[in-house]
Design a protein around this ligand. Structure first.
Ligand code: SF4
Ligand code: SF4
Length: 1785
């Protein structure tokens, strides 16, 4: 209202201006919502409008989507919308001005309003019936307020004025329709007013260039070939991420719906994150509290609207034609051409001012604040100059200008104009590259934007139409329309969670909390928004904006068209990604794996490690991470603290329904919690009877959930279900759990919400520390969701909503459920370890009992070490959260000391139950029927509910025989008459009832009819209130009279008759029968998917009132079954209520039945037909299974229950029932599994025998990725047959045709689940390079190999090396590997790069500029090469020195040709690098023939990547004998000779005709075996000290660790083929070598050993086993026992420090040695390791060197010249290199 005051004249008040000014503000700042309404109502009435008219204006009906509303009335409401926004939300408002008295109801009808009109002219109205007793015979009418209707009494005219009549009167007062048609301006008109050339969409990149991608300067198109890359700079600057584009925007552009995700958000709060954050991310949407229920934007779409009238608005105190001069926006997202037209318009007095919202980068972070002042001043001046619209535009960004966040700019201008009372004079639009996701649009609307044009989002989507792009082949307009629709639907969903139906009400309402912004920011841009922890100021926000700007326009030079240059940031906001710039997640893979190992093994030490990791993560993620326990606390001995067994009773598991998680997981949690005395939560409604009923001995069922949740009348909430609860939980809005999607940025962290909520808390609790902090902040009970799931095997795949959970937790798929391996013990172990940790903290703080800790926030303080660790945290102030509860209300108890009083003793059931004792007996055969009569009052709520509880307790779901208890009531029943009324109880009410009659009806019967003395027509009067039969599951209801709104919503099984209903009847009904014998309201049957409704419709207008879902599927009542059903229900209705209406219908049945319309949803009909067919098929299957000997189970539920209960002893929890089953054939086994699952029985552990026969390739490339891992078996690229490959030196891999490869990998890649937490990708146990495996797997599956290549090259320089020699730890960590074969990642990786070379995509891409900095690298192994490649791409001049005669190091000479081809693979890469500018110098033995110091001086940096080259020797007797060699001598010489002469020169150690012994396993040992076999050795034996590895993972080697299992590599297979047996001998030690007189080796003496732990050192060492000595004949021995470190020369000459293992000392991460400018990477630094680790180190070292060079030499951009190549060392001046050639042996 404040902004309206600027244009208000209040002529009707007739007061001078100064008086008027004194009246302001109309709405005081401290006013409540109701107070504000009062003030506005009073003002508008006093200014001359009638009070009913003002009520119509302020609380309009839902007019926008109502086809039945008369046009005049619509025009009135539209005119009112032009004047002001409606008062939204649920309300019943009463009013009077002395002449009129009346009441109105909100547009949704979410409040009850009932009235009687008596024959003597009295009117009684209230929110309930029965507040005043009136004789039935005196009542003329019984009615209820309808949504948006006004009940009005006119004292002048002495009558009740009908809503219709009154509204018609006001609607006709002025020619509103004409005004509107003359004055309202549409977007179409604006578009038409601007010349086409001017309103053309403005693109950042000319569209002919964006589509398809242009060829680049070097003649080669960008690797990814995507138009998106042409927008790289703006995308980076506005903080776009690949995830945001692909996971959020693309799905919207495809489907017009917001995509779903699962498992909540566990990433860092914006206020804590190290990454630059957009201001949007600091805002949390606040959602509906109980008094403001959420609404359903889909089923009740008729009441929602995004339509707004924007632009200058008039004086709200009067109504003239000019008030209609506003811009009509159907929704708030503006297209490019619309924005251009608005900016350029000069139409009907409207002009637009565009305000630049960018600031000069040169001003630094402070420039942001300065720019905001400028923007606000320009906006003010624009209004003064008469502009009607302002557009805040950041299109002026560029290398010199960074954008001010659109949210800051908007908030600042909006509040500035409101403050000056100018806001009503203009429309405010945002044109921003920043807005693209739902939350951003919501925040912009919430802070006052009238419309938003997300120009970059549009352009990014359009650019993805390119050939390979995700939107390829789609129409541009369709993309934009779908995206806008997705945003619109999302806004509606967000609004509905607050009970807001119209955007006009949401706009500017600021329903957010700012988390982590300081008062200055909030004061300037978001005034009135709660901000409780202070935080970032303008300086920080400015710094973040510049950081993003720098990401886009930094001075870094990257070779054009390389993957690095093209990488769109992918920090992993939703799905985990590894890396330095990645988003942190609390569910970090390492933490999860440790938690699983700790809980499954009950390992306290591992739990400690997990807890520490969690705490460390928490410091960067959660507010609680910024807290610590007061250090001054007095500790007490641990044994004085209450035991863990007591503490765990306070633990509860989160509300996860059986539906969102599997039966197996649900029951495991329940069993665990019941065992400990904690509580599990059923989740939304429904629990199988088998899990509810007590055991035969009366004890509680161990599988029952102690907490039963009742959520929106969910199906399956029955009397029996509720009876078997220890605690009921009512769910108001959606949470974040498996299968549950999130809208917008929804949830406040636990620390911030706890202070205002209840004593039970949840929110990422996972350690004892978390629990202790929660307690000190006031919690007494603690909810855990994610952590217990992880202990049961959850791996946070975040695909719960797709029903494909691979560990059988969040799925209903029986095949996946069978894979569930969780155990209750793990859950219990976890909780006890949490409790023990909590005890330790309690002891350290001096608390003996949890109760004493509750609310003692004074024991917490901010952790200064954490706060000081980041400048971003400096502004955070948690003091408001740390206010001790006791200080707020001194003396009040701080923990729960008394139970809640539900006032049950005032209910009627207190009297009913004793009167029904004869029916409430334990034995069914002893039951005696009861008939009783009682009076009922409207204060008697839930009559019959406690009685039903008593019945359910005794009889369970079955209840009592029909009509055993019959209660005849007279009077006015209070709310919820017969709620959850169970089988066997009949309530007959003569009178009327309030809302919720028969809610959750569970088998009982309710009949309500008017008192016999009444004279009104029942079918025209209201007899029961709103929401009757909500969530009913079974039973019968007969109402002689009308029901109000929302009748039978979510009914799933009850039969109901009523003589008229209000709006939204039968919404979301899934079963049962509803018979309506009179009028219906709007929106009948929305979302109705089951059941049948018969509606008496003699006037044939029902179709118009139906929801469109059912309107087209109405049927006549013709089929015999339907006719019979309807007739018998009517007969019953007559019998139960004496209904005249039904009686008349029955009298004229043949005619009247034709006046019924039947709503019988198509899907339901289909399902019924299918069920019938399935029943037949099942009967046949039963016979088949029986004949196959399978045990038939589940046919007797009671027997089954007994069996389950008996097994469920706490000490011995049940194993899967399916384990009783003896496997038959795969086909029968699967059928059996499906049948068990369908019967609600657990299937855990059933053997998936059909897995063996799954296909590995689908020829037609139509593999289903969603279920790929279930449907297809693993197949890596095969090796050639051993008999073929031993005859040559070619690579062992088979070559298959590109087509076959494409087909194979399409299927194999479909097995990848694109995990939310891809364990394959994390470095702790997965890929050391953090290869973007899920991404390239998906792209390969799609056939987009080129993009896959780009993703691969972003992290891996040499996939052709790793694809051949990497042992693939990624596969060991692949989530699939938990219970089946992992994805063939290595094959996919290798195929991508092979294809890239085949296709000619791998061409030289030299950098376009050089920096002038020079780097020398010593060593050309994988580390040196990777560093060289990276540094060269950055523009540095790189020279690599290699002491051998060929480049490649280990890849050239250490790995044999059959594993990696030297010419076709290694040399190919070297040549490519040389062509890109890397200089290679061979025969350069640095430190010997190349002067090391000279190198150091001539280069700006020096990298040592010399490898670990000192082989481990064996000091055994006879070691000096001829014929004993290090493996590397053998392998190197062989490869060199092969390359030089095809082994013709003889310069190698030949094993031909020799007996070979290889000592040591590993890859090198295998390579010696393979080489010896190819030479033609007569025998090959491989000795291994360690025992043979197990065939499957041993304890202590759990997933995701590398599986230490027995494998057969290529060399082993070849030896086995050649010599008839596997060459390996395990657990043997070499004692001595035996030679002949010439000193030549003859044999090796070995002995069997076993490993024993040394008592002193604790180390394992081999102990000889007596009597196992053996002599092996041998001519050649190869020692393959690993390496001890680098040679000393380099270190000595440079004087660099070395570690205790003699490696060059340099920390991982910066790789700097003790000598400035000298770096070390790879095996010479970390010791002998994998090639993949060497590449990783080389890459990271390059990054570090680049940083070093930046600060040291600056950057001079020089023109590129081709500089690379391979030269000999002779150019490097020192004496010629000594020959590396070995003499022939
Ligand atoms: S480099 Fe190794 S660990 Fe990484 S993806 Fe490739 S095979 Fe797997
Ligand atoms: S490769 Fe395995 S772990 Fe990686 S994303 Fe795919 S399924 Fe998940």
């Amino acid at each position: 209202m404040r902004s309206r005051e600027g244009v208000m004249a209040c002529k009707g008040l007739g007061v001078p201006e100064e008086v008027l000014q004194a009246i302001y503000p109309i709405v005081p700042a401290t006013s409540s919502d109701t107070g504000a309404f009062d003030s506005v109502l009073e003002l508008l009435t006093m200014c001359g409008r009638d009070i009913p008219e003002v009520m119509m204006m302020l609380v309009p009906e839902a007019w926008q989507n109502d086809p039945l509303m008369p046009q005049e009335k619509k025009d009135f409401y539209m005119m009112a919308s032009c004047l002001m926004e409606p008062w939204d939300g649920p309300a019943l408002l009463s009013f009077t001005d002395g002449r009129y008295i009346g009441a109105t109801l909100d547009r949704n009808g979410l409040r009850p309003g009932r009235y009687y009109v008596t024959k003597d002219g009295r009117v009684v109205m209230g929110s309930e019936v029965g507040v005043v007793d009136i004789k039935p015979e005196d009542i003329k009418k019984k009615g209820r307020l309808m949504p948006g209707n006004i009940f009005l009494v006119d004292f002048d005219e002495h009558r009740v004025v009908e809503d219709k009549e009154m509204k018609e009167r006001y609607a006709r007062r002025q020619p509103y329709g004409e005004w509107l048609s003359r004055q309202v301006v549409t977007l179409k008109e604006v578009l038409g007013s601007v010349p086409e050339g001017v309103r053309q969409p403005k693109f950042l990149v000319p569209q002919n260039a964006a589509l398809p991608a242009p060829a680049s300067s070097n003649g080669h198109g960008p690797l990814e070939g995507a138009g998106l890359l042409s927008l790289l700079e703006p995308l980076k600057m506005f903080g776009y991420t690949r995830e945001g584009l692909e996971m959020l925007m693309v799905p919207m552009a495809k489907t017009g719906a917001e995509p779903l995700g699962s498992m909540g958000n566990d990433s860092a709060l914006a206020a804590l994150s190290d990454r630059p954050k957009l201001p949007f991310e600091y805002f949390k949407q606040l959602f509906a509290q109980v008094t403001n229920p959420a609404i359903d934007p889909f089923r009740e779409a008729v009441v929602t609207s995004l339509r707004c009238f924007v632009g200058p608005s008039g004086d709200v105190t009067e109504t003239t034609e000019s008030h209609a001069h506003r811009l009509d926006l159907a929704q708030p997202v503006l297209k490019l051409e619309e924005m251009e037209a608005i900016k350029a318009m000069d139409y009907r007095g409207w002009k637009t001012q565009v305000i630049d919202t960018t600031f000069p980068v040169s001003e630094g972070p402070g420039g942001l604040r300065t720019a905001l002042d400028r923007i606000a001043a320009e906006a003010e001046a624009g209004v003064a100059a008469g502009y009607s619209f302002l557009v805040l535009s950041d299109r002026n960004f560029g290398p010199e200008r960074a954008p001010v966040s659109s949210l800051l700019a908007l908030g600042c201008v909006h509040h500035h104009l409101v403050h000056l009372k100018l806001r009503s004079r203009v429309g405010l639009f945002v044109e921003s590259g920043e807005a693209r996701e739902l939350h951003q649009f919501c925040t912009l609307m919430g802070y006052g934007a009238d419309g938003v044009c997300p120009y970059l989002a549009f352009e990014a989507l359009i650019s993805m139409q390119h050939n390979n792009g995700p939107l390829a082949g789609r129409d541009r307009n369709a993309i934009i329309d779908a995206y806008i629709k997705g945003i619109d639907v999302g806004i509606l969903k967000v609004m509905s969670k607050m009970g807001i139906s119209t955007l006009a009400s949401y706009k500017g309402a600021q329903i957010f909390e700012a988390l982590g912004l300081n008062d200055e920011v909030v004061g300037k841009c978001f005034q009135g928004t709660a901000t409780r922890i202070a935080g970032a100021g303008f300086q920080q926000l400015g710094a973040d904006a510049l950081k993003l700007h720098n990401n886009a326009y930094n001075v870094h030079v990257l070779a054009e068209d390389t993957a690095d240059a093209h990488a769109i940031p992918h920090p992993g906001e939703y799905h985990y990604r590894a890396g330095k710039d990645a988003e942190l997640h609390l569910n970090d893979p390492e933490a999860m794996a440790t938690l699983q190992a700790a809980s499954q093994g009950n390992n306290r030490a591992l739990f400690k490690a997990y807890s520490e990791k969690s705490t460390q993560l928490s410091r960067q993620i959660h507010l609680r991470g910024l807290l610590r326990f007061k250090r001054t606390a007095q500790s007490i001995p641990l044994d004085e603290v209450e035991p863990a067994a007591e503490i765990v009773k306070r633990f509860v598991t989160g509300a996860m329904s059986y539906g969102s998680i599997s039966l197996e997981a649900h029951t495991t949690l329940a069993l665990a919690m019941n065992t400990m005395g904690g509580k599990s939560n059923s989740g939304e409604g429904g629990e199988n009877e088998r899990r509810i009923s007590p055991a035969p001995d009366g004890t509680k069922n161990p599988f029952r959930s102690a907490i039963k949740q009742v959520a929106s009348g969910r199906f399956g909430v029955t009397a029996n279900y509720l009876t078997n609860a220890d605690e009921l939980q009512i769910k108001v809005a959606q949470g974040a759990k498996p299968g549950c999607a999130e809208q917008s940025s929804a949830y406040l962290p636990m620390e911030a919400s706890l202070r205002v909520k209840s004593m039970q808390v949840d929110g990422q609790l996972r350690t004892g520390r978390d629990v202790a902090i929660a307690t000190l902040l006031g919690a007494e009970e603690y909810g855990f969701s994610t952590a217990p799931l992880i202990t049961m095997g959850c791996i946070m795949m975040r695909k719960c909503h797709t029903n494909t959970c691979p560990v059988g937790i969040a799925t209903q798929d029986p095949v996946l459920r069978a894979k569930f391996a969780g155990e209750p013990e793990s859950v219990i172990n976890f909780f006890f370890m949490v409790a023990e940790e909590m005890r330790e903290i309690m002891a350290s703080l001096g608390f003996t009992k949890v109760d004493d800790m509750v609310g003692r926030a004074d024991m917490l303080e901010m952790d200064s070490e954490v706060i000081n660790s980041s400048p971003k945290l400096a502004g955070i102030d948690l003091s408001r959260l740390l206010l001790p509860a006791g200080s707020l209300r001194p003396g009040a108890m701080q923990y729960c000391v008394s139970k809640q009083d539900h006032g049950l003793d005032t209910g009627l059931d207190v009297h009913l139950i004793p009167m029904c004792q004869s029916a409430l007996v334990d034995k069914r055969e002893d039951v005696e029927p009861v008939y009783l009569e009682m009076e009922v009052l409207n204060t008697h709520r839930a009559v019959g509910t406690t009685l039903s509880h008593e019945v359910s307790k005794r009889c369970g779901e079955a209840g009592l025989p029909r009509n055993t208890i019959h209660a005849k009531l007279t009077g006015h029943a209070g709310q919820s008459l017969g709620a959850w009324l169970c089988n066997g109880i009949t309530l007959e009410l003569e009178g009327d009832a309030n809302d919720y009659v028969g809610k959750g009806l569970s088998g009982g019967i309710i009949a309500v009819y008017p008192p016999k003395a009444s004279t009104f027509k029942p079918e025209e009067n209201i007899i029961v209130g709103n929401v009757c039969l909500y969530g009913a599951t079974e039973g019968e209801v007969y109402f002689r009279g009308m029901a109000a709104e929302r009748f039978c919503v979510r009914n799933s099984g009850a039969r109901a008759v009523v003589e008229g209903v209000g709006d939204h009847a039968c919404e979301y009904m899934t079963g049962g029968v509803a018979v309506i014998l009179g009028e219906t309201g709007k929106n009948f049957g929305a979302g109705m998917s089951g059941g049948v409704a018969y509606v008496y419709d003699p006037k044939k207008k029902f179709k118009l009132l139906c929801n469109k879902d059912v309107a087209e599927a109405l049927l006549p009542v013709e089929a015999d079954t339907n006719v019979r059903q309807l007739k018998s229900i009517l007969q019953q209705h007559v019998k139960m209520t004496g209904s005249d209406v039904a009686r008349k219908l029955l009298i004229n049945w043949d005619r009247e039945r034709q006046n019924f319309a039947m709503v019988f949803p198509l899907e339901y009909r289909r399902a019924l037909a299918e069920m019938e067919a399935t029943a037949k098929a099942e009967a046949a299957e039963q016979a088949l299974l029986a004949s196959a000997g399978a045990k038939s189970k589940g046919s007797d539920a009671f027997e089954e229950l007994k069996r389950m209960a008996t097994r469920a002893s706490v000490a011995n929890p049940p194993k899967a029932i399916a384990t009783d089953y003896q496997p038959q054939t795969p086909e029968l086994d699967r059928k059996f599994l499906e049948r068990e699952a369908a019967q609600g029985l657990p299937v855990k552990g059933m053997k998936l025998t059909w897995n063996e026969s799954r296909p590995t390739v689908l020829p037609s490339k139509n593999a289903d990725k969603r279920r790929g891992f279930v449907e297809y078996a693993r197949k890596p690229m095969p090796y050639r047959p051993p008999e073929e490959r031993v005859r040559d030196w070619k690579e062992v891999h088979a070559k298959i045709s590109p087509d076959s490869r494409g087909e194979l990998l399409h299927t194999q890649a479909a097995r990848c689940m694109e995990c939310g937490t891809p364990f394959c990708h994390q470095t702790a146990s997965g890929c050391p390079l953090s290869n973007r495996i899920p991404e390239f797997n998906e792209l390969v599956h799609q056939g987009d190999w080129r993009s896959a290549l780009d993703r691969l090259l972003e992290t891996n320089n040499f996939p052709e090396f790793t694809g051949r020699v990497c042992p693939a730890p990624c596969e060991g960590a692949c989530v699939l590997g938990i219970n089946e074969n992992p994805v063939s990642i290595k094959t996919i990786e290798n195929s991508i790069i092979d294809k890239a070379f085949e296709e000619g995509w791998m061409v030289p891409r030299p950098p376009s500029h050089r920096t002038g900095a020079k780097v020398a690298i010593v060593g050309s192994g994988p580390a040196g090469l990777a560093a060289a490649d990276q540094l060269n791409k950055m523009g540095h001049e790189v020279t690599v020195f290699e002491r051998s005669d060929r480049i490649g190091g280990l890849m050239m000479y250490g790995v044999p040709n059959m594993k990696t081809d030297k010419l076709d693979v290694v040399q190919r890469r070297v040549d490519l690098m040389a062509a890109e500018g890397v200089k290679f110098v061979v025969n350069a033995n640095v430190g010997t023939n190349v002067d090391l110091k000279g190198l150091q001086q001539n280069h700006d940096a020096l990298l040592l990547a010399a490898g670990s080259t000192r082989p481990r020797d064996l000091s055994a007797e006879g070691r000096e004998l001829q014929g004993i060699h290090f493996a590397m001598e053998f392998l190197t010489a062989n490869t060199r000779s092969l390359l030089d002469s095809g082994l013709a020169d003889g310069n190698y150690i030949s094993a031909a005709g020799k007996k070979v012994v290889v000592i040591g396993g590993g890859d090198t040992g295998t390579d010696c075996i393979g080489t010896s076999v190819r030479h033609g050795a007569t025998s090959v034996v491989n000795l291994e000290l360690m025992p043979r590895p197990p065939d499957t993972r041993a304890p202590g080697n759990a997933w995701p660790q590398w599986p230490r299992i027995f494998r057969v590599d290529y060399g082993h297979a070849e030896a086995a083929l050649t010599y008839g047996q596997d060459p390996r001998k395990y657990s043997v030690m070499t004692r001595r070598f035996v030679g002949d007189e010439q000193g030549k080796l003859k044999g090796v003496e070995i002995v069997g050993v076993k490993m024993e732990r040394d008592a002193q050192t604790g180390q394992f060492r081999p102990m000889e086993i007596p009597g196992t000595v053996q002599m092996l004949e041998a001519d050649l021995v190869f020692l393959a026992m690993g390496f001890l470190g680098p040679e000393a020369t380099l270190a000595e000459q440079l004087d660099i420090a070395r570690d205790e293992r003699s490696n060059f000392k340099a920390a991982f991460g910066d790789f700097a040695t003790s000598v400035p400018g000298v770096f070390a990477a790879g095996d010479c630094r970390r010791g002998q390791s994998l090639v993949v680790w060497a590449i990783r180190e080389g890459r990271d070292a390059a990054k570090s060197i680049d940083g070093f060079l930046e600060s040291r030499v600056g950057r001079q951009l020089l023109a590129n010249d081709v500089m690379g190549g391979i030269t000999d060392v002779s150019a490097y001046s020192l004496p010629a290199a000594p020959s590396r050639r070995l003499a022939a042996v």
